[in-house]
Design a protein around this ligand. Structure first.
Ligand SMILES: [Zn+2]
Length: 68
């Protein structure tokens, strides 16, 4: 699992990421594998893929981006 504990500005699809809760713009990242049996229970197509998490360094809100 890739991990980047450094909090800094991040971009997704060329857009600067801003926390929807507190408006902060510095995030840590981590990659999460989503192939847990619990997720397939919900019938999610992307359940067996990995996702990028961006964690707001101010309030801790986690943004999820499922990889295609
Ligand atoms: Zn925040």
């Amino acid at each position: 699992m890739a991990r980047d504990k450094e909090a800094k500005q991040r971009q997704v699809k060329g857009k600067k990421l801003v926390c929807p809760i507190c408006g902060y713009d510095q995030f840590q990242t981590r990659r999460t594998l989503m192939n847990t049996p619990g997720l397939t229970f919900f019938g999610l197509d992307w359940a067996n893929r990995s996702a990028d998490n961006f964690i707001c360094d101010n309030c801790g809100h986690v943004l999820w981006f499922a990889r295609k």
